[in-house]
Design a protein. Structure first.
Lengths: 68, 68
DNA sequence: TCGCAGTGGGGTAATTTGGGAC
DNA sequence: CTTGTCCAAATTACCCCACTGC
């Protein structure tokens, strides 16, 4: 059934995502605040992003919501 | 986090590519719109170009499509 | 505990976008 | 046909400082 293994739910730091997109870490934070990127927060308030999410976005794959 | 594997191509900003080609950023944008240049967008809509692609073009290496 | 690098928050300047026209 | 410049708006980059993460 061509079951895809794990989704590599690896967490990336703002600088990691920023490097991937060639933007400023602050910009990545802005995306998270804008709700364009899913973010997990540490107990200290820092954000962490899903690598799978970032990879999908890099490929130009929008968030598929509702496959009606 | 200071070092990261280069699993992704280096991305250039419109002004970077424009400087490399000695043209206006607007012209670079037109190339992207014309499909002559591969480009990925940031979540904000800004374009980022592959340095490998630009370098290849700068060297006069046309994109072989169709192998006709 | 200390220190270093990274991160968050706010604000401002610079860049990029989009379309139309010459 | 291609390139450069005008307009307005949106997005991004860099400044400060205080705190987090390791």
């Amino acid at each position: 059934m061509t079951v895809k293994p794990a989704v590599t739910d690896n967490l990336l730091t703002p600088s990691e995502v920023a490097t991937l997109f060639r933007v400023d870490p602050k910009t990545v934070t802005r995306w998270a605040k804008a709700g364009k990127l899913s973010s997990i927060r540490t107990l200290g308030g820092h954000r962490r992003y899903l690598e799978s999410e970032v990879q999908a976005l890099l490929q130009g794959i929008p968030q598929q919501r509702g496959t009606a």
